[in-house]
Design a protein around this ligand. Structure first.
Ligand code: PEP
Length: 261
């Protein structure tokens, strides 16, 4: 079970919703949260870059209890990196969180372990919170190599990270075979991996880091996953695009946390 003092749920909107649609979803989330505030759960919205300003404005004007996240950032501070965005640009838009090494970035945009590690350093040095995404594909899982694989990803991204940045790091375990497939990992699989990840984090001097799960989480399975999986929250893709289902997932986390304290 979680030892974190607060849970964390992040909505990764991926490449969905233009800035008007984003405003609308932000408003809907705000209305529901006013009626059903989350007491034990930090909430982060990670819209596309071009939506950040509209989501930030609605969050500010309506005082919605969510923080802003970005789905990616450049490892560089500025310069000739066409299509990229820097940490300084994100900070100007009140972004506090950044996903680092999402499997879609790793597989589609050649974000290798070295770039993941460099990006993570850039993010924490800029004073932002990094959500390091790790997880195996089906072939690795079928060979039973998932623990070694994920541990290696953690070592590669976090070894040498100054302990002063520990509180700025969270880890999201996202098995690739569960992302967007409708086939979530089982509570047992998640619990086993969360324990592997926590042991590896401890060895790296990062004990206390929040461990999230991501992969086909929805309103129906969130409650059982958070309690059986023993994670500190979720990274949610598809289900974060519908206010009611996203808030139901947050409610499941909050309820589970409250029930166990
Ligand atoms: C994700 O892409 O981070 C994710 C978890 O997606 P989904 O919830 O749609 O599986």
């Amino acid at each position: 079970m979680t030892t974190a003092s607060r849970l964390l749920v992040i909505g990764n909107w991926k490449m969905n919703l233009d800035f008007v649609e984003a405003l609308h979803l932000g408003q809907q989330i705000g209305v529901i949260l006013k009626n059903r505030p989350a007491e034990h759960t930090d909430i982060v919205l990670a819209p596309p870059f071009v939506d950040l300003r509209s989501v930030s404005s609605i969050v500010d004007s309506e005082r919605i209890a969510v923080q802003l996240g970005a789905q990616h950032v450049s490892q560089h501070d500025n310069g000739a990196f066409t299509g990229e965005v820097s940490t300084a640009m994100l900070k100007r838009l009140d972004v506090r969180w950044v996903l680092v090494g999402h499997s879609e970035r790793r597989s589609m945009y050649h974000m290798d372990d070295e770039v993941v590690a460099a990006t993570l350093q850039t993010v924490v040095q800029a004073g932002l919170n990094a959500v390091l995404c790790v997880g195996e594909d089906l072939a690795v899982r079928d060979e039973g190599q998932q623990s070694d694989f994920v541990s290696a990803q953690l070592r590669s991204a976090l070894a040498g990270l100054d302990e002063k940045y520990a509180e700025q790091v969270s880890v999201a375990y996202e098995p690739i075979w569960a992302i967007g497939t409708g086939r979530s990992a089982s509570g047992e699989q998640i619990r086993a991996m969360a324990s592997t990840i926590r042991a590896q984090l401890k060895a790296l001097g990062l004990a206390g880091t929040r461990v999230l799960y991501g992969g086909s989480v929805n309103a129906e399975n969130a409650g059982s996953i958070v309690s059986e999986g023993g994670v500190d929250g979720f990274l949610v893709g598809g289900a974060s695009l519908v206010a009611e289902s996203f808030l139901a997932i947050i409610g499941a986390c909050d309820g589970c946390y409250a029930g166990k304290r």
